[in-house]
Design a protein around this ligand. Structure first.
Ligand code: DAH
Length: 329
């Protein structure tokens, strides 16, 4: 049987243990079912002559109790509590830090740049009524412009869509505010589309400025100034006439692919969005008198100017969540 010195050595080792794994190891050495020192010593009691048995058993039980208490105490001190503790000394692999995503970052810049020009920021719901997404914007039921929108309809909820553009927020804003006003609205929009320059979910920002004498010249000045500032260099733009039922006249604005993208796109135009003078019918739909008030609206993609800004060839890179991509910006 073990001498009392060896129990004292265990006592010292328990007191000095600095990690849960040390403690687990000592626990095993003492109480392991097969060859634990205490387990064996207790088993060995039966071979001790009767006259010594009682004293030996008393001593062993004293140590057994003491070790049990010390081990428990030490385990909870080292963060274990039970035998399934956490080894705080284990070296963990370094945690990967995330990175701001460039879309919300760009949206913040849009809000700031337009904010400095006096534009209020508004938000609207992504699940929208057919009435606000289409009808109030002068797009009646049988209008061919609805086909072009590739709409996601909400199953089981009548006349409800995932908004196909941020334009319904114009209506919401005009229903709640009296002109004159200027507002922008950034947010997610949805269409059944998917390729290198289209995604079923993407972002737009809408703009609206209504006053007594707002003209196309104001529209052009606001757009060119803000987009040059947002892109951070002297990008080239062009305006073409374009048809949108909620503006008259309507235009599309393109930006040129320029930079070091070694690609057949270099020097070609990429459509940024549409704009124009708000259609009198749209103003009437929200009880604003078109003989008294007039103004412009625009609706632009968020991803596309970012693609030009950072020379990103494929729109889908925005949604992959790849940190190697995101860290570059
Ligand atoms: N809502 C249109 C679209 O998503 C873009 C647009 C065009 C918005 C002209 C406007 C506008 O505000 O005036 O295709």
């Amino acid at each position: 049987m073990s001498t009392s010195t060896s129990w004292e050595a265990f006592e010292e080792r328990i007191a000095a243990a600095a990690s849960l794994s040390d403690i687990e190891a000592i626990d095993h050495e003492l109480f392991g079912r097969k060859a634990g020192a205490m387990t064996e010593a207790l088993k060995g009691l039966k071979d001790i002559p009767n006259e010594e048995k009682k004293a030996a058993a008393q001593e062993l039980n004293m140590w057994k109790k003491k070790f049990g208490e010390m081990l428990d105490e030490k385990k909870s001190e080292l963060g274990g509590g039970s035998s399934e503790g956490i080894d705080v000394t284990l070296e963990l692999p370094q945690k990967q830090r995330g990175h701001h995503h460039l879309i919300p970052e760009f949206i913040r810049q849009i809000e700031e740049v337009f904010g400095r020009m006096g534009f209020d920021t508004a938000y609207g719901p992504e699940i929208e009524t057919e009435d606000l997404n289409f009808n109030k914007l002068n797009i009646p039921d049988d209008h061919p412009a609805r086909d072009g929108q590739d709409t996601f309809w909400i199953k089981g909820v009548k006349n409800t869509v995932l908004r196909t553009h941020t334009s319904p927020v114009q209506i919401r804003y005009m229903q709640e505010h009296k002109p004159p006003f200027r507002m922008i609205c950034p947010g997610k929009v949805y269409r059944k589309d998917s390729d290198a320059t289209h995604s079923p979910m993407f972002h737009q920002f809408e703009g609206l400025m209504i006053g007594k004498d707002i003209t196309l010249a104001n529209l052009k000045a606001v757009l060119v100034t803000s987009l040059r500032e947002l892109i951070g260099r002297d990008v080239e733009f062009r305006f073409r006439t374009g048809y949108f039922p909620f503006v008259e006249p309507g235009m599309e604005m393109d930006m040129m692919w320029q930079g070091d993208l070694e690609d057949s796109r270099e020097g070609k135009w990429l459509e940024m969005g549409g704009c124009g003078m708000v259609h009198p019918n749209v103003l009437r739909n929200v009880d604003i008198d078109p003989d008294e008030w007039q103004g412009f609206a625009f609706g632009f993609g968020v991803e596309r100017p970012l693609m030009i800004k950072h020379q990103i060839p494929d729109l889908r890179s925005f949604y992959e969540g790849d940190l190697r991509f995101l860290r570059q910006f």
